[in-house]
Structures are given as structure tokens and as C-alpha cells.
Design a protein around this ligand. Sequence first.
Ligand SMILES: Cc1cc2nc3c(=O)[nH]c(=O)nc-3n(C[C@H](O)[C@H](O)[C@H](O)COP(=O)(O)OP(=O)(O)OC[C@H]3O[C@@H](n4cnc5c(N)ncnc54)[C@H](O)[C@@H]3O)c2cc1C
Length: 401
Amino acid sequence: MAHAWRDSISLSDEQQLVRSSIRDVCSDFDAEYWREKDREEEYPSEFVDQLGEHGWLGILIPEEYGGAGMGTPEVVVMMEEIAASGGGFSAAQAIHGGIYNSVPLVKYASEEQKSELLPRVARGEVAIQAFGLTEPNAGSNSTAMETTAEKDGDEYVVNGQKIWISRVDASDYLVLMARTTPLEEADKRTRGISMFLVDLEEAYDQDALEIRQIPKTVSGFVHSYEMWFSDLRLPEEALIGEEGEGFYQVLDGLNEERLVIAAECVGLGEAALERGIEYANEREVFGQPIGANQGIQHPIADAYAQVLAAKQLVYAGAEELDDADRKDAGARANVAKYLAAEAAFAAADAAVQTHGGFGVAREYDVERYFREARLTRIVPISQQLALNYLGETVLGLPRSY
Ligand SMILES: Cc1cc2nc3c(=O)[nH]c(=O)nc-3n(C[C@H](O)[C@H](O)[C@H](O)COP(=O)(O)OP(=O)(O)OC[C@H]3O[C@@H](n4cnc5c(N)ncnc54)[C@H](O)[C@@H]3O)c2cc1C
């Protein structure tokens, strides 16, 4: 695969090491592997296991707990490379939850939980890939969640419903967000929500959890579920961090995670561009390669400009996040996510158009990239909600809701 136009940003030694190691792992998983996973809607366990064997699932876990002890500047490289390798946004999403669930665990779990679980997560032996926030009656307004965890002696009893929760089938544990104080009794909407680590096997054994897979048109190999909790009893130790402070614990790592999502969008855009460029050079119509026509060339070049601009923001934002004094980390993370999703969409659209009829044929993959690029405008935060943040929090415009 030609990397020259992708490799224009200078990287630190550590980032270069991540890039070459991840490229090495990804080279064992070619386009046909991802095509088959997409066709069969089958979780890419072989790929995830290989990342686990090389220790990459513990990239954000400190070395004392068996992880690689790296930070956002390295994770953006890892996730961009996975997406750009041809796996697309969905390949990155197959492991994204596990990487980001480790962040609140490192910060807020008890010493006992950390030494028991994190080394096994880093080695890929235990999967904590699922994160349960979204609900049918809450959606983007997540503080309106209705799932409750009521204290009963030394246990919590969970009741409620979640929707769109990904990778439940690929997880041993779920990081669950639930209200421990009813909204009307909380002094702020953002208080009274707690974070729990739910042992899924234990939940099924109790007959207190039912799940149903949601049929969907994109990311077929990363399954998403509706979940129903009825009187699920959790031991006190399942609480992560402080009761009532769970929403703040999520917000704590949000800017970093948003930048990494942006990196996944950049990688997806690069994968689409790569395919578009290849086809534009190869396919001859009217006696010349179609890429010689500016009607084909310009949308590709335009998308490249957008992808590169988004990439520069992602990399600069990741470096500067470590600077604790930065007040505009949220602005940068939301701008990066917004622009990277638009860039990925432009790249995938150009790649589909370049392929003509084959743009919708599964064998050329660009139709999958196009579906994924559309998804990046919705998850994990929609483009409108990113703009709301910029309008209201950054630019001081009045709040609409
Ligand atoms: C494939 C997939 C995987 C997912 N995985 C997970 C997961 O693992 N865990 C999890 O917790 N969630 C997950 N989600 C949920 C995802 O985070 C939400 O779908 C997303 O945040 C949007 O919420 P919603 O679907 O409830 O849309 P709604 O909140 O119902 O919004 C619908 C539309 O209205 C717009 N809108 C709403 N309010 C405003 C406003 N004030 N101003 C402007 N526009 C507004 C939104 O931007 C959106 O376009 C997943 C979703 C998908 C599709």
C-alpha cells in the first residue's frame, strides 16, 4: 500500500514505533478478511486477539498494571492506522470501547479491581468492550437517563433499559451508567449518576438481563444491542469511583476520546482515498484513465485537503492535551471530530463516485466506507451536538435547549 501522501506529518519516535507495529499487525488482515467479516456480520476476533497478544489493547493502561502506559498522541496513531489499513471505522470500533473503558477504570476503580482486571485486559484475556449510556428515552440528552441503581443493603439493584450498546457479545463486563439519585432530587442534572462494572455472565445467571441485537445497515461486524435490566443485583464493589459522580467521571476523558474518534474518521477517509486514487489510475474509459478527468480528480483532491486538515488538528490536539493549562481542549476535540467526520464523508463519497457502478459493489469496499462515513456523522456524538458545544460553550451563543 502506498503511504507517501499519508505520512506527511512528523511523528515522535514513540508514535513511529506505534505506526510501524500496528501496520505490521494489520498487514495480516487484508481487504478480503474485512469483506468477509462485513458479509457474515461476524466480530473480528482474530484481529482483536492479535492486537491483544501484542499488548495493544492495554495501550492506555499504566505499565504497573501490565499495559503499555502510552497516551493520546500514541492512541490517535494506532486507531488511525487500523481504520486506514482497510478495516475502516468499524475495525477501529471493534476495539474502541475496550481502550476507552480502561480510562475510568485506571482513574477511579479500587486498587483491588485494578490489579485483578487491568493486566488481564491488557493481555486481551478479559474484555471490557461494552459501555452502556444511551437510552430510548434519553438519547443525546444522556442526563435524562431512566435506568436506576437503588441501594439495598450492601448491594445495588438495577432496573431499566439501554439501547445501541455495542460489543455486548464481545465483552465479559459492561461499564454501565445508571441513576443512583432520581433526577428530581439531584441538585444538578449531571449529578446522581453512577458508574458500575457489570459482570455480564453473572447478570445472565441471575436472569436479570435480556439483550436483543439491533439489525442495522452499517458496522455489521460490531453488533449493537438493546438491553433490559430487571432487578439485577450488583455487589457494592461494582461501583466505580464515587456514587453520584459517574457523569463527571465520563466527562473527564471525553476530549481525549473525541480526538481518537476523529483519528478513526481520518483513517477511514484515508482508506477511501487510497481506493479512489487506485481506481482512478487504473480504470480507462474514452481511452484514458478516468483520473485524468478533473471531474474525478478534483473531488479526490478536495477530500484529501479536508482529511489532511482534520489530521493536523487531531495530531496537534493530541499533543496539546497533555498541557494541563489548556482551556480550549473541548473546543479542539469537538472541532476535530466535526471536521474529521465531514472529511471522511467527502472522501468516501468521492471514492464511490470514482468507482462508477462498482461504487456500490461490495467487492470494492468503498460502499462500506461510505456507510461508515455516514455513521461518523451520528456517533458517538452527532454533528449537531458537536456544533451545539462550539456555539454555546465556546462562542457564547444562547443555549437552545
Ligand atoms: C452503530 C451505533 C453504535 C452505538 N454504540 C453505542 C454504545 O456502545 N454505547 C452507547 O451508550 N451508545 C451507543 N450508541 C448511541 C449513540 O451514541 C447515539 O445514537 C447518539 O449519541 C445519538 O443519540 P440518539 O440516537 O438518541 O439521537 P437523538 O438524541 O434522538 O437525536 C436525533 C437527532 O436529533 C438531533 N438533536 C437532538 N437534540 C438536538 C439539539 N439540541 N440540537 C440539535 N440537534 C439535536 C441529533 O443530533 C440527531 O441528529 C451507538 C449508536 C449507533 C448508531
